[in-house]
Design a protein around this ligand. Structure first.
Ligand code: FAD
Length: 399
């Protein structure tokens, strides 16, 4: 039996259920990634992707395997390879956004037509959307706290070790991801390195310090959260591995639960990136191009907002507290549509994904899951509380 493992948002060998099962049960395994350029990823994510694929390829080669990289339509490319290698099945991680659903649907139909089996595996979230449901009969939770309660009571699947070995079919060789995907131009100057090796190293060094996460979580000057978000976005690090580590603080597990929460929101409400989630929420916004541009450029004159927006451009990442303040300022002070803000974050953040970015934007704009939708973050008071010595502000406004 030959199985194609189609990597998508699970660019890792540790705790990768699709890869683990294929390597155990198939005679030969063909690890494949298809770069779909419609639409192309923005530069920060593209660079992170190339680095992550390069690292994945090296790990697979150490196990005796390799990584094939193609460009184009994932369905066509995958089926073409299946035909060429007379493959019996395809394994991939299940993902929950509308684009992922369309892909899964098309792939399922094409695979069936060619009598190739398609099997989906968990791994993108800790608890899969749909696995916990409200007793009201609704298909997903709208409010975080009751979700957290059910989520915490749900057993997690067992972790999968990295495979011992990957056996490739004869005459199959891999590809250099950088050559297939092509050069990356533009983007931020100071982004973390992509890949499972870098992600796990970051995690180990962070958790080894035994940080007091609840105390530092909102401390802008310390800016010492895990910074795993990009690795979680591309699946270089499994969220289950982080949550199940016995050293992981409870408060961090709760943040990972927010991540699962937004994935189940997106699963239940696929229009999260385009439509207000909350019925009756504000839908008349101010059209103010110069104000939007000033916000994007970190030139609003509001120090904490500008500091955050400059960190975003420089690092492809922004502290969570600054994200909330910058998003609240755009939507609630300037009255500009959250979709503009979220699109700008999409363009720069390494960790941008539909569930977390649009879920959090809608939360902050008051159109989403916040049970206090009219709250506004006062930037001056937020700065006093979370950056009292102006260290974060000065660090980024000097740039
Ligand atoms: P840590 O504090 O170390 O948390 C660990 C992990 O928990 C994060 O990597 C992330 O996966 C998850 N997490 C933490 N907070 C949240 C949250 N509020 N919602 C969902 N998951 C969370 N996060 C993204 O991953 N992608 C986005 O596109 C994104 N856009 C955001 C937009 C706005 C307007 C706001 C207010 C928040 C957004 N967040 C997003 C959530 C949060 O800011 C980041 O996950 C966090 O700052 C990442 O840094 P970290 O890895 O050091 O987080």
């Amino acid at each position: 039996r030959t199985i194609v493992v189609l990597f998508t948002r699970d660019l890792r060998i540790r705790d990768n259920p699709a890869l683990a099962l294929a390597s155990r049960h198939a005679d030969t395994v063909v690890p494949l990634y298809v770069a779909d350029d419609s639409p192309p990823l923005p530069p920060n994510q593209r660079r992170f992707l190339v680095e992550s694929l390069t690292d994945l390829r090296e790990s697979l080669r150490r196990l005796g395997g390799d990584l094939l990289v193609r460009r184009g339509d994932p369905v066509e490319q995958t089926l073409k390879l299946c035909r060429l290698l007379a493959t019996d099945g395809i394994g991939m991680a299940e993902d929950y956004g509308p684009a992922a659903r369309r892909l899964r649907q098309r792939l399922a139909e094409a695979a069936e037509a060619e009598r190739v089996g398609l099997r989906l595996f968990p791994g993108v979230t800790i608890v899969e959307p749909g696995a916990v449901r409200p007793t009201t009969g609704a298909d997903h939770y709208k409010v975080f706290t009751p979700y957290l309660r059910s989520w915490s009571a749900t057993p997690w699947r067992p972790e999968h070790e990295a495979p011992q070995a990957i056996r490739l079919p004869a005459d199959v060789t891999g590809d250099d991801p950088a050559s297939v995907i092509g050069p990356v131009e533009g983007g931020s100057s100071d982004v973390v390195d992509g890949g499972e090796t870098a992600g796990l190293r970051r995690w180990d060094s962070w958790i080894d310090r035994e940080p007091d996460y609840p105390a530092i979580h909102d401390d802008l000057a310390a800016d010492d959260t895990t910074r795993l978000s990009g690795y979680l976005r591309f699946g270089c690090v499994s969220p289950l591995v982080v949550a199940a580590d016995p050293r992981t603080p409870e408060a961090l597990v709760r943040q990972l639960c927010w991540r699962d929460f937004y994935h189940q929101v997106l699963h239940g409400f696929p229009r999260l990136a385009t439509d207000n989630y909350r019925p009756g929420a504000r839908d008349a916004w101010v059209d103010d191009e110069p104000a939007l541009r000033a916000w994007q450029d970190g030139e609003t004159g509001v120090p904490l907002v500008d500091a955050g927006m400059r960190q975003l451009r420089t690092q492809g990442w922004m502290h969570n507290r600054a994200r909330m303040v910058a998003a609240s300022y755009l939507t609630k002070d300037l009255g500009i549509d959250w979709r503009h803000g979220a699109a700008w974050f999409d363009r720069w953040l390494v960790d941008a994904d539909v569930a977390n970015n649009y879920g959090n934007w809608q939360w902050t704009a008051g159109t989403g899951n916040d049970s206090r939708p009219y709250r506004r973050f006062n930037p001056a008071r937020q700065a006093q509380r979370y950056d009292p010595r102006h260290e974060y502000r000065d660090r980024w406004l000097r740039n």
